[in-house]
Design a protein around this ligand. Structure first.
Ligand SMILES: O=C(O)[C@@H](CO)OP(=O)(O)O
Length: 237
């Protein structure tokens, strides 16, 4: 029975500063590095391992994966970094402080932007230098696919093709898989795996650096799932 290990990156510098991050490539904070090592420790002491690793092209997730692999002495494991596992693109909100944005636009609007399924944030203009089309790491990606802002629904729409094409086949082979990604790209994946409704997904929060372990049947239906650090677990749908 394959295992799927989902890990949200450790605390980032902008998590610490309470800023909308999205595709901005901020690093882990010192606490975030510790959380990533702790995730590796939890996986190791729980007797888990993995045959292949997937992450985004954002350094907070990539470094979380590396710190896990270092802690578990799994340097040899095959790794894939793909833009489709990036955080939800937060459009023109990226860089803004969440508290100040709440004071300016109201708690309900910010809640909708942050947690609703289909409300997109204000989009970045296509000529904005922060738009991913100007970022070298996305050079190989068709420009029309690169977002200037995404709802969770949009994020799910771009995560799923990669899930189906690259990750599912490995699980179907019986391999154990780790995905080190982001709060909202993982919310999208959990929505898909657990058939969470559009209404219920608003309540799902994924804690940093706390491995969420799925045990899957051969047809990839979910047998059970649990956080390894129960003290830092959040309710699952
Ligand atoms: O800023 C972001 O990109 C995300 C994750 O940190 O924030 P939120 O939890 O508000 O969706």
């Amino acid at each position: 029975m394959p295992r799927l290990l989902l890990v949200r990156h450790g605390q980032s510098q902008w998590n610490l500063e309470n800023r909308f991050t999205g595709w901005t490539d901020v690093d882990l904070s010192p606490l975030g590095e510790d959380e990533a090592r702790q995730a590796g420790r939890l996986l190791q002491t729980g007797g888990y391992s993995f045959d292949v690793a997937f992450t985004s092209v954002l350094k907070r997730a990539v470094r979380t994966l590396w710190l896990i692999m270092e802690r578990m002495d799994l340097y040899w494991v095959e790794q894939h970094a793909h833009w489709r596992l990036n955080e939800r693109h937060y459009g023109a909100l990226q860089g803004l402080n969440k508290q100040e944005t709440t004071q300016r636009h109201g708690a309900e609007q910010v809640r909708l932007w942050r947690r609703s399924f289909d409300a997109p944030p204000p989009s970045l203009d296509g000529l904005d230098p922060r738009h991913p089309r100007f970022d070298r790491r996305y050079r190989g990606v068709e420009t029309a696919l690169l977002p200037g802002g995404e709802s969770l629904k949009d994020t799910l729409g771009r995560v799923l093709p990669y899930w189906t094409r690259a990750i599912e086949p490995r699980l179907r082979m019986g391999q154990d898989v780790v995905v080190a990604a982001h709060g909202n790209s993982l919310r999208a994946l959990v929505k898909h795996l657990d058939h969470v409704s559009d209404a219920d997904i608003v309540n799902l929060e994924i804690p940093t650096g706390n491995p969420l372990v799925y045990r899957l049947a051969a047809d990839l239906s979910v047998l059970d799932r649990a956080y390894l650090d129960q003290d830092r677990a959040q309710a699952l749908p």
